[in-house]
Design a protein around this ligand. Structure first.
Ligand SMILES: [Zn+2]
Ligand SMILES: [Zn+2]
Length: 178
């Protein structure tokens, strides 16, 4: 079944798109939703009587013809829930999203979440170690990074390969059960 928002984007010019973008502050860095928000700080947008998450609408409007696959969510690369800037949004699984949150140590909600009070801190750039690019010596793509416990960016694919090599070696030596 087609996503209800996507259906409105695909079938007919979304006349409501300008109403939507008028509620987004196109600032330097993040583009926060300036209207109503809901639990977790996500913007909400009423569309034909249905409440939609603003960042999902932003993603769909900026990717005409594309779908959010079943079981996937629109994630914030900037970890800033009200942000609707299309290039800060990415489609991923719920699992990816939860892992991001664990890596970033963001389990707190409410005002303790600095993202809501200080969205400017989450801009990409020198100020935020999470967005320091990390050059992978094996040439894996930049978007495949995680933030290590000491705050450095590391390559997820290299970690996976290291783990696989370690396991294979251990298995060959009979030290490893799986
Ligand atoms: Zn953002
Ligand atoms: Zn790598």
């Amino acid at each position: 079944m087609l996503d209800p928002v996507l259906r409105l984007v695909v079938f007919g010019t979304p006349g409501w798109a300008s109403r939507f973008w008028s509620k987004v502050e196109k600032a330097e860095g993040c583009w926060p939703w300036t209207s109503a928000t809901r639990g977790g700080g996500y913007g909400r947008f009423w569309l034909r009587g249905e409440c939609q998450q603003a960042h999902r609408v932003a993603w769909l409007l900026s990717h005409p013809g594309e779908v959010i696959p079943a079981g996937h969510v629109v994630r914030h690369d900037c970890d800033n829930p009200p942000c609707c800037r299309p290039d800060h949004l990415a489609v991923g699984t719920k699992y990816d999203n939860d892992m991001d949150r664990v890596r970033r140590g963001r389990s707190a909600t409410g005002e303790r979440n600095g993202a809501r009070l200080y969205p400017e801190r989450l801009m990409r750039g020198e100020a935020n170690v999470q967005y320091q690019p990390h050059e992978c010596r094996n040439g894996h793509p930049e978007e495949r990074r995680y933030v290590s416990a000491n705050g450095e960016r590391r390559c997820t694919d290299c970690l996976t390969e290291r783990t696989r090599r370690y396991r294979a070696k251990a298995r060959a030596e009979g030290r490893y059960a799986y």
